[in-house]
Design a protein around this ligand. Structure first.
Ligand SMILES: Nc1ncnc2c1ncn2[C@@H]1O[C@H](COP(=O)(O)OP(=O)(O)OP(=O)(O)O)[C@@H](O)[C@H]1O
Length: 333
């Protein structure tokens, strides 16, 4: 299966929500639509699902234009933030529901339901009702129900955001492992950058209805193209070129910015080297010991820099330091 989104536009009541959005999801890809609240992620997912009609552009699945195809004919598995299970059906009946719709025999439904229950780790809970399950268990049921319909794609809208952090982290891994074993192309909406970095093969980073950048998690973190991406994914210390020229001349010589544009240097907290130095121009404002690393705020010529230093840093608050950068990315502003 291969999905191509081509130049999608959508407005609600004269307000543009999506403006020329294009990307593709290949065989087995896990794509995250990442961006702040209101940037159009859910609208885009609903357009893929066939629940919202775009004003312009096309949705192409395996070479076939499905832009106007009704949702029920698209065979897409959907999981939303709210669990949306049938409250008066047991776990087994919820999972078996799409198979019943397809007219499978009771024996086949029982066998397949059992297999799905095992796959999502709920083998012992088949007879329970949704209100007797934790949030994480309910999302596993929702996932199994979506997959039991044998969908061509899996579409997930903030499936983990109602769960507490420990379950969330565990389910991230489980969803990814299941998705990989099935090889089913998946699009997940999230506003959580950690979730996108941990789960995605490809991140589509959106801002105000447009795509800012598409790439692997590593690419977006290491080489953000815009200020928005640098700020939205991870922590970014953004330094204007003139400031870099004065403070990090050796770095500037090694890694000059490109021509004919305005650039800031994006330094991630772990890109910095901070050393005790009585003649240094930085001052440690604050230091937090985190076991395997120390997080420090440094006042540096009127700026505030966040650095993460490996190991058990001997630096103390108020100490003078010198600052250097081991790597960094130039970001167009
Ligand atoms: N059915 C609708 N009618 C009118 N406006 C809508 C409708 N659906 C979405 N919008 C508006 O479109 C914009 C984008 O909404 P959308 O839900 O796609 O964003 P989002 O990035 O998923 O945000 P969130 O993470 O908050 O859900 C918002 O301003 C929203 O109010």
């Amino acid at each position: 299966m291969h999905l191509r989104i081509d130049d999608i536009g959508k407005a609600w009541g004269g307000h543009t929500v999506l403006d020329g959005v294009s990307f593709h999801a290949g065989e087995g890809d896990f794509v995250c639509l990442l961006g702040p609240s209101g940037c159009g992620k859910t609208t885009l997912l609903r357009i893929v699902a066939g629940l919202t009609t775009p004003d312009r552009g096309r949705v192409i699945l395996d070479g076939r234009d499905i832009t106007t195809l009704p949702a029920r004919e698209r065979r897409m598995g959907l999981v939303f933030q709210s669990y949306s299970l049938f409250p008066d059906m047991t776990v087994a009946a919820n999972i078996g529901y799409p198979m019943r719709l397809r007219g499978e025999s009771p024996a086949a439904i029982a066998t397949h339901t059992g297999q799905w229950l095992e796959r999502v780790g709920l083998g012992t809970l088949a007879a329970r009702f949704p209100d007797q399950l934790s949030g994480g268990q309910q999302q596993r049921v929702a996932l199994a129900r979506a997959l039991a319909a044998n969908p061509s794609m899996l579409l997930l809208d903030e499936p983990l955001s109602a769960l507490d952090p420990a379950i969330r982290a565990q389910l991230r891994g489980e969803i990814r492992a299941l998705q990989r074993s099935l090889g089913i192309p998946t699009i997940m909406v999230t506003h959580d950058q950690d979730e996108a970095l941990a789960m995605a093969d490809t991140i589509v980073c959106m801002n105000q209805g447009r795509i800012e950048q598409i790439g692997t998690p590593r690419c977006l973190y290491e080489r953000p193209k815009t200020r928005f991406v640098a700020d939205f994914i991870g922590h970014a210390n953004l330094l204007p070129t003139a400031f870099v020229r004065e403070t990090l001349p050796a770095f500037l010589e090694r890694r000059p910015p490109g021509p004919d544009a305005t650039f800031d240097l994006c330094l991630r907290p772990e890109d910095l080297v901070v050393d005790a130095d009585p003649r240094g121009e930085g001052v440690i404002e604050d230091i937090t010991f985190l076991g395997n690393l120390a997080r420090v705020n440094v006042a540096w010529r009127g700026r505030r820099i966040l650095a993460e230093l490996p190991g058990r840093s001997p630096l103390v608050r108020g100490e003078a330091v010198s600052i250097d950068a081991v790597r960094g990315a130039w970001v167009n502003t």
